[in-house]
Design a protein around this ligand. Structure first.
Ligand SMILES: C[S@@+](CC[C@H](N)C(=O)[O-])C[C@H]1O[C@@H](n2cnc3c(N)ncnc32)[C@H](O)[C@@H]1O
Length: 258
């Protein structure tokens, strides 16, 4: 069975519902990733108020809403129409002005050199053509623009956590489908090479992962599977954030030459 990206249409109405498996990306992933991105933006002297920011593969809009609150003018794109409808409705009900469109990262319906910031969270390991997605992102970034990302490494550790625990093992899996395909995970060296091919120079790569105790982590997956805690609670308990080890997930940034 290949990767099941249709899950974002089947479950896409419920991104913001803590009982939905998709909500795992919200609890501690969203603040963990956003804290790192904020630090990078500050460290690299970026202006965020009024900056145009593109969210490639925005899902239900978790990260888009964070960037909008920061004062960015955000456009989120995603091939899942159900997710885009949810993201749009949630932004409206939160009083946030975010533009959303149904589109794939391989073909962005956007003008060249039009964004100061582009970011892509937990998406690169889902796309059918990584090279094209990076090429398109580089095209729409302004010279000097910054690209922020996180994705999953292709290692034995990621096979254990992201494949076995999250989707294979009956007692721990989040969903009964193939959220990910291990072969589509991306080694940092492969990503760096792809970025370079399209004029994006890697600034840094660092680890992203759960900071909770490993035994507690497994136990909490079992509890979520049994319906004893919500997926939102599971995410909080994982305490995801920047870690030294890049063996499972990693985040980082790259810049387009000025
Ligand atoms: C794991 S979710 C991440 C959602 C969101 N970025 C977040 O972190 O909350 C993966 C998302 O990638 C989207 N996706 C799949 N293929 C894509 C493509 N070719 N281009 C852009 N997004 C894609 C899916 O529809 C889904 O919303």
């Amino acid at each position: 069975m290949g990767i099941d990206n249709q899950i974002y249409n089947r479950l896409g109405a419920n991104w913001w519902d803590e009982t939905s498996p998709l909500n795992v990306l919200h609890g501690s992933f969203t603040p963990g990733r956003f804290a790192y991105f904020l630090a990078v933006l500050a460290r690299t002297g970026r202006r965020t108020a009024g900056a145009r920011a593109l969210d490639v593969g925005c899902g239900g809009g978790f990260m888009a809403e964070e960037f909008a609150r920061l004062g960015c003018r955000v456009i989120g794109i995603d091939p899942s129409p159900v997710s885009i409808t949810t993201a749009r409705q949630h932004a409206e009900s939160s009083g946030l002005k975010i533009e959303y469109a149904v589109a794939a990262g391989e073909r962005l319906p956007l003008g060249s050199e039009s964004f100061e910031i582009a970011y892509c969270c937990d998406v690169l390991e889902h796309v059918s053509n990584l090279d094209l997605v990076i090429k398109e992102t580089a095209r729409v970034l302004k010279p000097g623009g910054i690209y922020l990302f996180d994705t999953i490494n292709r290692t034995t550790a990621s096979k254990l956590l992201a494949i076995k625990v999250v989707q294979d093992w009956r007692l721990t899996r989040l969903v009964d489908t193939q959220l990910h395909s291990w072969e589509m995970f991306i080694k940092p060296t492969e990503l760096e090479e792809t970025l370079r091919r399209h004029g994006l120079r890697l600034g840094e790569i660092t680890g992203l992962g759960p900071r909770s105790n490993k035994a507690a982590l497994l136990w909490n997956f079992i509890q979520a599977r049994r319906g004893r805690i919500t997926f939102g609670r599971l995410s909080h308990l994982m305490d995801v954030g920047e870690v030294k080890d890049t063996a499972v997930s990693y985040l980082g940034y790259a810049t387009k030459a000025a």
